[in-house]
Write a protein that binds this ligand. Structure first.
Ligand code: SAM
Length: 281
């Protein structure tokens, strides 16, 4: 089929496709959203695009018209023959039948330079997928993803705002974030119960702060946000550090131990983590 003619409703009908709620299947039916995702990702003919969850291939078709190469990863058995039938003739298309959480993206990326992830993600696995894509250090230039509105707002949140938490710190440690657009439930079949947002994460050349031990800094971040109402002093006490030297470590970092995690910038988390790291047991 001509890529321009790939339409969600028609393919769902043609193959009598039955949606699976447990696989987070809400397919896009709005052309303006498809256009905004592709233009928001600035897809061009140098790009190797990795797509997670192609569904019946509506977004994939748009990507194939613009990119050098598209590899889509789909878990649902029933979608594989549909995608092969509708898109298999395109020489720049590859399909991987696998759980995205089990994919070795380094192997997939190989020597490719301009690698962008573009996806309307299944919402039930958004956070584990993003954590994997960021923490495993893959060579992505950007991730342009449609996700649940609340999760996007957490990724994009700044200190002192109610949405600011561990996910904001993790994402902003590795990336600049920008919201591309909101998407109402009416743009999908079946309609999800929640609103969505298309957000773009541009990977920084270097993480935003330098820290002595990244996993220790994230231990501190987690301890801080696990006890949101408690002070940093109380959060720091839960870490494996010399409690007698705690006061000293806070003094050296210049951070008031009575503050709460939600008030700390990434740079301040870095400073405090490094001071506490020096008194680690
Ligand atoms: N891209 C299509 C669109 O925009 O219309 C479909 C998006 S739908 C929200 C999510 C897609 O992810 C579905 O096709 C679903 O089968 C697939 N999926 C769910 N869990 C997955 C996983 N763990 N790995 C890969 N694909 C998955």
């Amino acid at each position: 089929m001509d890529l321009k003619d790939i339409k969600t409703q028609e393919l769902v009908k043609k193959y009598n496709f039955k949606f699976s709620k447990s696989l987070g299947q809400n397919f896009l039916v709005d052309d303006s959203v498809l256009n905004d995702i592709v233009s928001g990702a600035e897809v061009n003919n140098d790009d190797f695009i990795i797509e997670i969850g192609p569904g019946v291939g509506t977004l994939t078709a748009q990507l194939l018209m613009k990119a050098k190469k598209v590899t889509s990863i789909e878990l649902d058995n029933d979608l594989i023959p549909i995608l092969q039938q509708e898109l298999g003739e395109n020489k720049n298309f590859d399909l991987i039948h696998k759980d995205a959480l089990k994919v070795d993206f380094n192997e997939l990326i190989g020597e490719e330079k301009s690698v962008k992830l573009v996806a309307n993600l299944p919402y039930y696995v958004t956070t584990p997928i993003i954590v994997k894509l960021l923490k495993d250090g893959y060579n992505f230039k950007s991730l342009t993803i449609m996700i649940q509105k609340e999760v996007a707002e957490r990724m994009n949140a700044e200190p002192d705002c109610k949405d600011y938490g561990s996910l904001s710190v993790l994402v902003q440690y590795y990336c600049n974030t920008s919201i591309i657009r909101r998407v109402p439930p009416t743009c999908f079949i079946p309609r999800p119960k929640v609103e969505s947002i298309v957000i773009r994460l541009d990977r920084l050349d270097e993480p935003r702060v330098k820290t002595k031990d990244i996993s220790f800094m994230f231990d501190l971040v987690r301890a801080g946000f696990n006890m949101r109402r408690k002070t940093l002093w109380n959060a720091a006490k839960t870490l494996h550090v010399n409690k007698e030297k705690l006061e000293d470590a806070f003094k050296r970092s210049g951070i008031d131990p009575k503050r709460r995690a939600e008030t700390l910038s990434l740079e301040e988390f870095g400073l405090l983590a490094d001071s506490l790291y020096d008194i680690k047991l």
